[in-house]
Design a protein around this ligand. Structure first.
Ligand code: 4AD
Ligand code: MG
Length: 442
């Protein structure tokens, strides 16, 4: 009978029919000279194929190697008890052909891409590493998570916008700007789309974007990339409490959406068997109390002294604290002097800002957000204090001139969220082709 062309993920519903499937040889096991087992991978799943007799005797069969591309024809049969294969079935091949051969011997895929290979070699081989079961599961989960974020915003009435990546303003300080020559003018790769999102409020109401942000981070850490996917949202006419609530809603609702999809839940459980849904409400902790917490728990600086109010809490103590508390934390009310120029100060205590970081066990900060200064004079003063020339910011300042409003928003690092959700050691594993100091290849 004529074979129906299918993808591996259609194999359950195609049992009993003659099908044609194409893919990559994921695993290969030769049993004697009359039997070969091939696990075929096509990006939608894995399918065990069994080749017997004459099908194993030709030159292509004898020289077949992992990662070669092949097309197989045959019928998919359920497996008897005691035999195991993906989805408990196998394709009994009656005809097959090679599409493209992969090398064997020293140059074979399996010999190159091993878990204990040199990390920089694995990064150079990222285009091959992503073919692996773990990395492809991470990339699949990532796609589903992004879908869930979008579904969340859609259900809450936000409009998605696409701000520019080439800009002439900074958002999070001059030290991490990537500068480039824009037709003879100085320009930067954006650090955050926040300022542009703010300008969309009067036009579109609540808005969000998913765009790449760029940071020239000189530090080599497990959570810093030079290019990362930044999910940002901005809302008008809201209070700081509303902002915290909307963040809790974003995180919990998105995770619920991710876990409600059966194949995605399986991916999360495969990668992070101990995953537990975060409990609402999240713990709320003021920066000043975090400074106290660090002292009470004897978490110190490298020089042996304690952190004091007004100092930035770096990655290591932040993680130590978060891991100890072991649940999501809203860390709020950071001192104005360690935060960006645009942050709204607390009306009753102008030393601190209406700001929040979301901290997750194992990763630390995954979200940074705040209320924004909505008074024009105060903003002009803030530029001045930060040493920023207000001229190129005229469009941002204008927001306070043509109908100002209390407003706020946040940015979430997608790779950091994934590192938490999927229990990855580093954000590099959650990026398709990670960029960080010294790496821009492949
Ligand atoms: O805390 P950040 O710098 O805040 C902002 O950019 C705000 N303008 C966002 C806003 O309010 N719209 O960055 C936000 C988040 C961080 O919490 C972190 O998750 C992620 O972006 N992030 C990075 N992720 C990977 N590599 C880096 N170098 C990152 N820098 C920030
Ligand atoms: Mg931050």
């Amino acid at each position: 009978p004529k074979a129906q062309k299918i993808k591996v993920k259609q194999s359950i519903e195609s049992r009993g029919k003659r099908v044609k499937v194409s893919g990559w040889v994921h695993r290969l096991r030769v049993q004697g000279k009359d039997m070969m087992f091939v696990v075929l991978r096509d990006g939608t799943g894995y399918l065990q194929c069994v080749l017997t007799g004459k099908l194993c005797h030709n030159y292509d069969a004898i020289t077949l190697s992992v990662e070669s591309t092949i097309t197989v024809y045959g019928v998919i049969n359920a497996l008897p008890e005691g035999k195991t294969a993906p989805d408990n079935h196998e394709l009994v091949v009656d005809f097959w052909e090679v599409v493209g051969k992969a090398p064997s011997g020293d140059d074979a895929f399996n010999n190159k891409v091993t878990q204990d290979a040199d990390p920089s070699f694995l990064l150079d081989s990222r285009h091959l590493v992503i073919r692996g079961e773990t990395q492809s599961a991470v990339l699949k989960a990532r796609a589903q998570v992004i879908k869930a974020f979008r579904a969340h915003y859609d259900s809450r009435g936000y409009t998605e916008v696409t701000p520019p990546c080439m800009v002439q303003t900074q958002v999070e300080g001059g030290s991490t700007l990537f500068e480039f020559n824009y037709y003879g003018e100085k320009a930067y790769l954006t650090q955050s789309s926040q300022l542009y999102l703010e300008t969309c409020l009067p036009s579109l109401g609540d808005v969000f974007c998913l765009a790449e942000s760029y940071r020239a981070e000189k530090s080599h850490t497990r959570r810093h990339l030079s290019e990362y996917s930044h999910l940002e949202a901005e809302m008008a006419f809201l209070s700081f409490d509303d902002l915290l609530e909307s963040l809790e809603d974003l995180l919990c609702d998105t995770i619920e959406r991710v876990m409600a999809d059966e194949p995605t839940r399986k991916l999360v459980e495969q990668l992070n068997p101990n995953f537990k849904m975060p409990e609402r409400p999240f713990m709320r902790m003021k920066y000043a109390d975090a400074i106290e917490y660090l002292r009470a728990n004897d978490i110190k600086k490298e020089d042996g002294s304690y952190y004091v109010f007004g100092e930035d809490i770096p990655e290591a103590p932040e993680r130590a604290m978060t891991d100890k508390i072991n649940r999501p934390i809203f860390l709020t009310h950071f001192p104005a002097e360690i935060k960006a120029f645009y942050m709204q100060k607390v009306p009753g205590d102008r030393r601190v800002t209406e700001s929040v970081d979301v901290l997750m066990p194992n990763v630390g900060e995954i979200v940074g957000g705040s209320m924004r200064m909505d008074n024009r004079e105060e903003l002009l003063e803030a530029y001045n204090k930060a040493g920023i020339d207000p001229t190129p910011y005229y469009w941002y300042t204008d927001q306070r001139k043509y109908g100002t409003t209390p407003h706020g928003g946040y940015g979430l690092g997608v790779e950091r969220f994934l590192a938490w959700l999927l229990n990855r050691h580093t954000v590099r594993d959650c990026s398709l082709y990670p960029r960080f100091t010294g790496r821009c290849t492949p």
